[in-house]
Design a protein around this ligand. Structure first.
Ligand code: GH3
Ligand code: MG
Ligand code: MG
Ligand code: MG
Length: 314
């Protein structure tokens, strides 16, 4: 039984599903050709519980950066020739867009070098030899700010799942991945049934609580590789990587069944339950686009609504 209260402060205590979202620990990318220094810095950062990847040359760095998508980048600029600088500018668009902090290091510490580093897009500059304590403090501060940015820009404020903006920006990557691996993936649209009734009966505030519970339910009950987004209102998108249509249909059927058994209770009201419907589309062909996949999943959702709700259609 999930008790829904009107007091926002008490809500988390009453909610058995709304487990705190645990962010994976931050990933830091170190780029330097000084291997012994890389080892020292990697050690101190890992001691602090962060994950670290290292690259000793700019070409590797670009590949690793895009494969791993780190939260912070620390790069030595001393050995970069014109070519490398151009390579580094490849990072720029991406790091600016996602506010990934760039700390640039140099064994020079003259004014010109420092100004140059900031012109190259540095958010911070550290001269070598690196003072370890100061280095760790700087990295920590940049990671804190990055986390705040991620939460405010990519996470839906009410439900704490990813928002539509993040869906739009991450969706193309699943299609790229498909072209590379030929492994089908499924996009599902899930929409709460007769949600308007919840608002009309219990008020908008309780409606919000139900939305939060629904999002938490999805998050807790999908696999760790599946991703939940709030698309808008009472509509959510779930991406199931490497999942066929039949597998996704089975999984959503189970989720629909499981959620329908949750019982909500509002003080001075009878308890009630809520169901949801889902439409899914599985990408098997290279001609599929984010827009077409979404449209197909949405049409399937429409079918699920017409066929009686609390069901999934393809
Ligand atoms: P259907 O089964 O066809 O999906 O019916 P429905 O009532 O769920 O769908 P409809 O689109 O008619 O109504 C959706 C309602 O969701 C209307 C809107 O007020 C409500 N809603 C959208 N966003 C929020 C929100 O953030 N909080 C609350 N409490 N309600 C919301
Ligand atoms: Mg609707
Ligand atoms: Mg609805
Ligand atoms: Mg809707």
């Amino acid at each position: 039984l999930i008790e829904l209260t009107y007091e926002y402060e008490n809500f988390e205590e009453h909610s058995k599903l709304n487990k705190k979202r645990d962010f994976a620990s931050s990933l830091i990318h170190l780029i330097d050709d000084d291997v012994s220094m890389l080892i020292v810095l990697k050690d101190v950062l890992e001691e602090r519980g962060w994950m670290v990847i290292t690259s000793t040359n700019p070409e590797n760095a670009v590949n690793q950066f895009f494969d791993m998508q780190p939260d912070c980048m620390v790069s030595n600029i001393d050995l970069l020739d014109e070519n490398d600088l151009q390579l580094l500018s490849v990072f720029k668009e991406y790091t600016e867009k996602y506010f990934i902090p760039k700390i640039l290091t140099s064994s020079k510490n003259d004014k010109e070098t420092r100004i140059n580093a900031y012109k190259m897009g540095a958010d911070d500059f550290i001269s070598k030899p690196v003072d370890i304590d100061e280095f760790v403090a700087k990295v920590e501060r940049h990671l804190q700010r990055k986390k705040i940015f991620d939460q405010s820009v990519l996470i839906d404020e009410l439900t704490q799942v990813y928002n539509r903006r993040f869906l739009d920006s991450s969706l193309p990557r699943f299609f790229d991945e498909f072209k590379r691996t030929k492994q089908p993936f499924t996009l599902a649209v899930a929409d709460i049934d007769h949600f308007k009734n919840v608002n009309d009966t219990y008020g908008h505030q309780i409606g919000d609580r139900v939305l939060l519970e629904f999002a938490a339910f999805l998050k807790v009950n999908v696999r760790s590789t599946d991703i939940v987004y709030r698309y808008g209102g009472e509509e959510f998108v779930i991406i199931f990587p490497r999942t066929t249509s039949a597998e996704a249909k089975k999984r959503l059927t189970d989720l629909i069944e499981l959620f329908s058994r949750e019982v909500f209770k509002v003080k001075d009201h009878n308890s009630f339950s809520v169901t949801f419907s889902a439409g899914l589309y599985t990408v098997y062909e290279e001609t599929a686009t984010p827009a077409s996949a979404f449209k197909n999943a949405d049409m399937a959702l429409y079918k699920a609504k017409n066929n009686g709700r609390a069901r999934v259609e393809t």
